[in-house]
Design a protein around this ligand. Sequence first.
Ligand code: ZN
Length: 311
Amino acid sequence: VSEAVFAIDIGGTQLRAAIIGRDGQIIAKQASRTHAQGGREAILVQITDLCRGLRAAHHSQTIIACGIACPGPLDSGTGVVLNAPNFRDFTDVPLRDEIAKRLSLPTRLENDGIAAAIGEWKHGAGLGSDHLVFLTISTGIGGGVIADGRVLRGRRGMAAHIGHLITDPASGLRCPCGAIGCFEALACGPALERRLRANKPLCAAIGKPEPDARDLFRMARAGDPEAVALVDQEADYLALGITSALHAYSPERVLIGGGVGSNLPQMLDRMRAGIARTAMPHFRDVPVMPAALGDNAGLVGAAALAFDPTI
Ligand SMILES: [Zn+2]
């Protein structure tokens, strides 16, 4: 009989649960569509149902703890989700203690960006690094920071909201957080798709009224000049946020994940040029690299937290 933990990743669209071993290996995984509009009890029930289903199917594993990755801001010290704007009735939810009670397991709660950073640090592209910035570029922009060999949490565990560094207030773009000109408001997937859909000739060339980021990157790879221009602009926006993170945290490497982030190789040259224009000279040689764990980074990080109370 081997020891394992439950890991939960509460995403805006998918709620995923897994049984994960001490080496970060995913033993079993289940997902269902997040009951985002169902209120807090619906999400609590959804988590416990997924875990009970996994436990029933995997008797040979002894589950010793549970780790949860959730959008924030949340207080990882008290285990309370302060506000998750994409979920109805999800303000001041004592998620850690509710799940601990329902599963009868010691439970940790962490911001999803920080949890993913921990996953990459312990089992992914950040292995062996003491100074790390992780960014996920998708529906929003999440972040997590490892500094001096420790997770940077700050007051109430709310550090590393890199997506809300304000990089261009003159853009007039309002962020879901309410501010104007956040890095997220400029560079997240929906912002990129808005710029794409406003370009009617490009939409016509793609042959869809509402093309998505994947269509855009494909067109840019095929050499369409309008698509290349939009991808270059995205790389420039990303360079602004990454430069700010380099100056604030001085990482040894920057890891990029998420749906838009998975196109990093296509944006890297332009992004490096942008960083070289805006970063101070001694910050320009920091490698910007693809994250390694893909969608599983948050789950693997939540599991690492469940195994090791010192993280
Ligand atoms: Zn913001």
